[in-house]
Design a protein around this ligand. Structure first.
Ligand code: M6R
Length: 606
């Protein structure tokens, strides 16, 4: 949540930082601001709303030393005063912060008792006041001393009016990447915002600070010892982080899925033995064989991927699997018995609750495998092993291609576990064959986009929906409902169809349609009976069903056919249809699809 961008170099950093902010705007878009050293003064511009509003306010200003911020409000309302940067009283120091200062209240009270007047309601504002108070000519030292006083997770950027050629940045629990250019340096919360300028990057680790000057980048650890850190190479392409011909990133990312699903499988098959080879697992054969129980932690869409996996690991590998929402799990004082293997799923690898859950689990001695998309992310670094999704940058706030890639990678992992236990080689080969067909099957769902758009338009004025499914289609229903809520702002309940009679069916009438996810063959007949019950109460039914299914047209008002596959992989195919349905509903309702209100791409605060 919140994004930082900074620049130090010979070019006009304001233009570069505004462009950078637009690339990380998905991290928060309540308000934005920019601070720059110009002629021995700090100039600061802020505005509520999107970056374009700020751009107009700034006009043609120019500076070589700039910090910028896009905000997702935590402490304090969405106002110009609460937008970053924040300054000290003498306007000497400006700070942008991503994260939370947990002990800001006592610090604020102390500073106020010394006569300092606060201009905002934010936690972040304590920092420039502290830095200004501690400053004796050495900006790095003052920043470091101020950071010692604060508790929390943060990434910061700081400039001083008397240091036109110095930019200080620091990170602790929130991502910050330094892009090393030729004679210029960039800083961003996300490496995707740097790739247009440089591929050479340094990921700051927790507790590290950097002093950036025209001479280069000096990195210091938490004890202020200067350390040397190698630059890393960014691997993704510029095209991956552009919209291309698509109207929205979300649509582009939905349509990328044949390729991203292919990438998730690439060179991971071991066809001859009907199994897979997973580079990055970092576990030996004994670790894998001794696994008695799996615990999955994740949030949001990643939690839904974990939920599907819990069915799959039990079905295919017969390993008892528990799946938990990280934000609840971290406060449970969890029991993690010996033989428990943990899987943490996170597209960004920066979700605060998932990282906290992982730290708690590791303290209890269990091994953690991360399923991540972002290279260098906190989770990828902290887990014992990491399987990358290779889905490319996901810019749309609503997660689409990451979900299907998570399911593919977790299917491969389940298959490996199954083959190491009781699954025969032939069966393993059949599953691999079914996986191989997924990209072209997804393509055929994408080709049904005009039909899905027509159905979405027909229902776009309805404001309450149920998404129903059983077995593998239940977590798929949760995911379908989440998409509709988040991008179309439509109330949607994902529910196990068999539970409807226990209460929710009271809501069914002609104004509350059901999206029925019917592609689980084991429970297909049971689901049809549940749909009959909804139909008998005048509920409209939109069915997403595997080709060849019998009897659905008698029940459903609208039917979307998707290619048939194993029940285990049906969530991958069905989800593409629910993504398109949500997208076209949102479009018809005029919602801000790539940046839905109140949301941010990575939830880096609790
Ligand atoms: O980066 P993560 O996978 O850890 O993010 C978890 C959730 O915040 C995320 O999936 C969220 O629910 C998406 N906006 C859903 O589309």
């Amino acid at each position: 949540m919140c994004g930082i961008y900074a620049y130090l170099g010979p070019r006009n950093g304001i233009k570069i930082a505004l462009d950078g902010l637009k690339r990380i705007e998905y991290r928060g878009y309540d308000s934005a601001g920019i601070g720059a050293v110009i002629d021995g003064k700090i100039e600061c511009y802020k505005d509520v709303g999107k970056i374009t509003a700020l751009e107009h306010a700034i006009g043609s200003l120019s500076s070589n030393n700039v910090i910028a911020h896009t905000r997702w409000a935590t402490h304090g309302k969405v106002t110009k005063e609460n937008a970053h940067p924040h300054l000290d009283e003498n306007q000497s120091v400006a700070v942008v912060l991503n994260g939370i200062i947990e002990n800001f209240q006592p610090l604020k009270e102390k500073l106020a008792s010394e006569g300092i007047k606060f201009k905002s309601e934010t936690d972040a504002e304590v920092l420039p006041h502290l830095i200004a108070k501690l400053y004796e000519g050495d900006l790095l030292k003052a920043v470091r001393e101020a950071l010692v006083l604060i508790h929390g997770s943060y990434a910061i950027g700081c400039i001083h009016k008397d240091h036109p050629e110095e930019l200080i940045v620091a990170a602790n629990g929130c991502p910050l990447v330094i892009g090393v250019g030729v004679g210029e340096t960039f800083v961003a919360s996300d490496s995707n915002a740097l790739i247009h300028h440089t591929r050479e990057v340094i990921f700051l680790s927790d507790g590290e600070l950097a002093k950036i000057t025209p001479e280069g980048v000096e990195i210091y650890d938490a004890t202020m010892a200067q350390i040397s850190k190698k630059t890393e190479q960014l691997l993704h392409s510029v095209e991956e982080v552009s919209k291309g011909a698509y109207e929205h990133f979300t649509l582009k990312e939905i349509f990328e899925q044949p390729q991203t699903v292919r990438n998730a499988m690439l060179s991971r098959f071991f066809e001859e033995y009907g199994t897979v080879a997973l580079d990055g697992l970092n576990l030996n054969v004994n670790d894998l064989l001794e696994m008695q129980r799996v615990l999955i932690v994740a949030c949001g869409t990643s939690w839904h991927a974990g939920y599907v996996t819990s069915y799959m690991l039990e079905d295919l590998a017969r390993i008892p699997t528990q799946v938990e929402v990280s934000s609840e799990f971290r406060y449970k004082n969890p029991i993690v018995p010996e033989g428990t293997f943990v899987i943490a799923i996170s597209q960004s690898g920066e979700t605060a609750d998932t990282i906290a859950a992982v730290r708690e689990i590791k303290a209890k001695g269990a091994k953690v495998l991360a399923i991540c998309n972002v290279q260098g992310s906190t989770l990828a670094r902290e887990a014992d092993g990491c399987l990358f999704l290779r889905a490319g940058a996901e810019i749309g706030v609503c997660s689409t291609k990451a979900f299907t890639s998570q399911l593919v990678v977790l299917s491969l992992f389940s298959l490996l576990m199954a083959r190491m236990r009781h699954m025969s080689k032939l069966e393993g080969q059949q599953y691999l064959h079914a996986l191989q067909k997924l990209p072209e099957q997804i393509q055929s769902v994408l080709e049904a986009a005009p039909l899905i758009e027509k159905i979405a338009k027909k229902y776009s004025k309805y404001s309450d929906f149920f998404f129903l499914g059983r077995r593998y289609m239940f977590p798929t229903a949760l995911e379908g409902a989440l998409k509709l809520k988040e991008i179309a702002y439509v109330n949607a309940n994902g529910y196990p169809a068999g539970e409807m009679k226990h209460g929710p069916i009271a809501l069914i009438n002609e104004t509350c349609p059901t999206v029925a996810l019917c592609a689980d063959k084991v429970t297909y007949d049971k689901l049809i009976s549940n749909l009959m019950e909804a139909k008998a109460r005048h509920g409209k039914i939109i069915a997403i069903v595997h080709e060849g299914a019998k009897g659905i047209e008698e029940v459903a008002d609208d039917v979307i056919y998707v290619p048939d596959t194993y029940d285990e992989f049906a969530p991958i195919i069905t989800t593409v249809a629910t993504q398109l349905f949500a997208y076209y509903m949102a479009k018809d309702r005029g919602a801000d699809i790539d940046k839905p209100r109140n949301l941010a791409k990575s939830v880096t605060v609790e």
